[in-house]
Design a protein around this ligand. Structure first.
Ligand SMILES: Cc1cc2nc3c(=O)[nH]c(=O)nc-3n(C[C@H](O)[C@H](O)[C@H](O)COP(=O)(O)OP(=O)(O)OC[C@H]3O[C@@H](n4cnc5c(N)ncnc54)[C@H](O)[C@@H]3O)c2cc1C
Length: 482
């Protein structure tokens, strides 16, 4: 057997790469981690989850300050924000988490970390910084980058993406956001709350196109009520730099054109996988624009080269990257033929209210040709939600013909936290009757989970048949009023 320098080599030190590196090294594998940037952590830490959630919290606090009167508090004059203070807070949170994702920590776990741009020279070896490194197994975990569509004039017009938006020098007075996926929508609300005039442009007839329209519309209506302007069914036809302002020309479905002007443009129109420069063509690893071609064990066309994280093109979330990292460790280190299964992979869009999902929504069930029933409960009937000042949203439970959950979506306050009960329930195959009968503390938002399950059984329990049976056996005497 040829002697390789390492048992496992990983390209990319983001969520997926760090998971594989930490796991492999702690299990005793001689592990190499290659990162292109000068620090570890990837998009999630530097340009994604961490800065976006930090910004969202700041925007939420500012929104509460401006809306104190809604909570029975005195209205106070709220001065405009200093965006540099906001970016300082974002950076301070990143700095804390960076310790956890530092070269020193990974070295202490036993990982050799090298910084630089690597390319495969053969199926088992890469070349970088004038050196060659070989490994028995490789993992492609180089993530994704914002996709920049070929809009006429955009190349000559200044714009930002998620890489620049968290370190702007000042808050833009106005912001056009191209795209209406989770990144676009989270930023739309945050910047609107901080004081920018925000316009969102979307080609389709709804935002968050993966979600059911009723739930996505709930998010859109909330943002619209706070001042975000939406241009749905609108294609971008050109961009222009006007000096102090930028202009975007749109065409809607009826063929009418419209031009929008703003101080800044954010492009959030999907993600391209980071495959360029890796030399994958040379060694015959198959991929297309959407991602690397993989089998269910996350193996590429070479069985010793795996992929995990955004580069797979599957579910571009940090927790998906972590899950896939675990699948790679099972296969490479434990030699267990474990397959990736995304049936119950949850996700959440962190707007206010949040929209969280697990399993199939109606759109997915229809596309799969599955018969289903829908059960809902509204947050306006949840006492805690009202006490918290929110009556928006609902939970939607989708059941199959055998009355088993296909999926759950929650649009409401802390939807992302609430979905976790369903994560445990569906993965642990907990019966709906168990959830319906379980006692939840009052008053909590989580009661809505129990209530939607109980609603399903209510029709069966409070039925004529049951009433007649009870009357027959126990001589119950029926209604006392009306
Ligand atoms: C604004 C925003 C908000 C987000 N919010 C959330 C959220 O709330 N929750 C959630 O789950 N997900 C969120 N995501 C998605 C999440 O950030 C990604 O799914 C996650 O970072 C993917 O991890 P990864 O390891 O595949 O890629 P990354 O974390 O991007 O890591 C890839 C690493 O590979 C490196 N690299 C690239 N090319 C090379 C090369 N040639 N050689 C060596 N190294 C290379 C990169 O520098 C990077 O460090 C968000 C994304 C964005 C943009």
């Amino acid at each position: 057997m040829p002697a390789y320098d390492f048992d496992i080599g990983i390209l990319g030190g983001g969520s997926a790469g760090l998971t594989v590196a930490a796991g492999s090294a702690q299990l005793g594998a001689k592990t190499l981690l290659v990162e292109k940037e000068s620090v570890l952590g990837g998009d999630c830490l530097h340009f994604g989850c961490v800065p976006s959630k930090t910004l969202i919290k700041t925007a939420h606090v500012y929104h509460l300050m401006k809306n104190a009167h809604r909570f029975g508090l005195p209205s106070v004059p709220v001065p405009p924000i200093d965006f540099q203070e906001v970016t300082r807070r974002i950076q301070s949170v990143i700095n804390i988490i960076q310790h956890h994702d530092s070269e020193e920590r990974f070295c202490s776990l036993g990982v050799r970390v090298v910084f630089g741009q690597a390319a495969f020279i053969d199926e088992h070896a890469i070349h970088m910084n004038g050196q060659m490194f070989s490994a028995k197994n490789w993992v492609l975990a180089t993530g994704s980058s914002p996709s920049i569509p070929p809009i006429p004039g955009l190349d000559k017009t200044p714009f930002v993406t998620n890489r620049e938006i968290f370190s702007l020098k000042r808050l833009p007075a106005s912001l056009i956001i191209l795209g209406a996926g989770p990144i676009a929508i989270e930023m739309a609300q945050a910047f609107c709350r901080l004081g920018s005039r925000v316009m969102v442009v979307q080609r389709g007839n709804q935002i968050l196109s993966r979600e059911d329209k009723d739930m996505a519309d709930g998010v859109m209506n909330s943002l619209a009520s706070e001042g975000v302007l939406f241009h749905l069914n609108s294609s971008v036809i050109s961009a222009r730099d006007l000096g102090t302002e930028r202009e975007i020309a749109l065409k809607n479905r009826d063929g009418n054109t419209l031009s929008l002007r703003a101080e800044s443009i954010m492009v959030a129109m999907g993600r391209d996988v980071n495959v360029n420069g890796l030399g994958l063509e040379k060694i015959g690893v198959l991929f297309d624009q959407k991602g690397i071609k993989l089998d269910q064990r996350l193996r590429t066309s070479h069985k010793h080269i795996y992929a995990a994280g955004d580069i797979t093109g599957a579910y571009q979330f940090t927790h998906a990257a972590g899950y896939e990292g675990g699948i790679v460790i099972s296969n490479t280190i434990f030699h267990l033929p474990r397959k990736a299964d995304y049936t119950f992979l949850p996700w959440c869009t962190y707007t206010h209210p949040e929209l969280a999902s697990i399993g199939m929504n109606e759109k997915a069930a229809k596309a799969a040709g599955i018969s289903y029933s829908v059960w809902t409960e509204e947050f306006k009937d949840n006492d805690r939600s009202l006490a918290e000042g929110s009556d928006i949203g609902k939970i939607k439970m989708i059941l199959d013909e055998k009355e088993k959950p296909l999926g759950i979506q929650i649009l409401g306050l802390h939807g992302g936290e609430l979905i976790s009960e369903w994560v445990a329930a569906v993965n642990g195959r907990v019966k709906l009757s168990t959830l319906a009968a379980s006692v939840h503390p009052y008053p909590t938002l989580g009661e809505i989970n129990k209530k939607v399950a109980a609603t399903f059984f209510a029709g069966k329990i409070f039925s004529d048949k049951v009433r007649k049976g009870l009357k027959f056996f126990f001589n119950l005497r029926g209604r006392a009023c009306g």
